[in-house]
Ligand binder design. Structure first.
Ligand SMILES: O=C([O-])CC(=O)C(=O)O
Ligand code: NI
Length: 234
């Protein structure tokens, strides 16, 4: 399969969400809410295929797994807690411990991961920033996870509980695109050529809308006229 990561990195999460919404009628645009880019703001979008890790309560019968040393180059590390530890309301997880820290980012970066998204808390915030390694999470924590939660499965589908009640699942090898807005998921088996072409055309159209607005054209009219080119995709 041809890798589209480099091409995707030219687009913001908003561009991707527009593509998923308008081209594929994905109502939420693939967007996962409530994440903050706690590391430094990256200049281009962070893009990679999901390498997923599930954390469960420490008394889960499954043994703890070593996920961090098995990360492969180019992947986007995605960590989520089991569903009983999630909540649709802030702070989105029922544990106060951080499940991820600076040593994990050090190792992930060493192995060539592009970034980490933690549907939970992270600590050692200065370390991620010093590494210039992108880290997204729901929040911060100070305490290590070991007495509360542990990693139990690698490369399994992760279910994320959301306020809109929609099933939000991240599967291994889905594309994850991250920027200041948070992350969006593109199904790993989607026709990427069509999506990329749509996004390129859409971004170009909106650049012309800006020019029109600055020349005094009403916004509604400019949008209608310039976005006509997108009709051919629908
Ligand atoms: O101690 C832990 O489990 C996590 C941590 O702080 C790190 O990765 O640096
Ligand atoms: Ni640490």
């Amino acid at each position: 399969m041809q890798d589209s990561g480099e091409e995707l990195a030219k687009f913001s999460t908003c561009d991707v969400a527009d593509g998923l919404l308008n081209l594929h009628s994905i109502v939420d645009g693939g967007y996962f809410p409530n994440l903050t880019q706690y590391s430094q703001r990256s200049k281009v979008s962070v893009v990679g295929r999901a390498y997923t890790v599930l954390f469960a309560p420490v008394d889960d019968p499954r043994p703890a797994v070593n996920y961090i040393d098995a990360i492969s180059k180019g992947c986007f590390l995605v960590i989520a807690l089991s569903k009983e530890l999630q909540t649709p309301y802030a702070p989105y997880v029922k544990v106060t411990q951080a499940c991820y820290g600076g040593l994990m980012s050090t190792r992930a970066k060493y192995q060539g991961a592009v970034g980490s998204v933690i549907f939970g808390r992270v600590r050692d915030i200065e370390e991620h920033r010093a590494l210039e390694y992108p880290v997204f999470s729901y929040g911060l924590g100070a305490c290590a996870p070991k007495m509360a939660i542990k990693p139990v499965a690698i490369n399994v589908p992760l279910e994320i509980l959301c306020i809109d009640g929609a099933d939000k699942i991240i599967k291994p090898a889905d594309y994850i695109v991250g920027d200041e807005h948070g992350v969006v998921r593109i199904p790993g088996d989607m026709d990427m050529a069509a999506l990329l072409e749509y996004m390129k055309t859409s971004v170009e159209a909106d650049e012309l809308v800006v020019q029109d607005i600055n020349a005094g054209v009403p916004a509604k009219q400019a949008q209608k006229e310039r976005r006509e080119v997108l009709q051919r995709f629908l």
